[in-house]
Design a protein around this ligand. Sequence first.
Ligand code: HEM
Length: 164
Amino acid sequence: MVSISGPTFVLWLHIVAACIWIGGQVTIAAVIPMLRDQRELARRVGRRYQTVAWPAFAVLIVTGLLNVADAGLRWSQLFDSPTGRTLVVKLAFVALSGLAAGVHALLHAAPRRDAGGSAVGSAVLGSISLVAALLAALYGVAIARAEQREADRQTNWPVLFVIS
Ligand code: HEM
């Protein structure tokens, strides 16, 4: 059986946290419109969601930093390799996702004046955060695949056959 190393465990945590961050946003987007007539309940659901989502985002950042170290990427040479540049784009999407979700949360924490306007604003910010997180995940997969290809190329074992 393949062993489960520290970096594998960290990557697993990273993926689980990404599932919670992205899956939570999808769930909230599906549920909140059903609670339009129950504003207090909608607010409580939103608040409960925040208590799960932000710890997941923190886990993404901590495990992401560990992934970077494990991938052998150096922060000082980030623009020098295709993988490094892919990480830069990924981090821009991570920042956008966190920023949009943060502004979204702050808007909901503030006292309401215009309910209609705030619903549209929330939908726009929520969508930006979700799409940015999906793109961050896509770039993460691209980095992992590029590394795997590189590792495969460097292996000492002869290639027995290729399935294409
Ligand atoms: C919204 C936040 C984030 C999401 C949704 C996300 C999602 C993902 C996903 C799905 C993967 C693919 C894992 C695989 O295919 O094995 C991945 C890989 C990766 N992520 Fe993230 N991530 C986020 C934040 C971060 C942050 C903040 C960093 C760096 C500080 C980071 C660094 C990495 C690295 C280096 C990999 C490649 C890991 C490897 O080589 O196996 N991620 N990410």
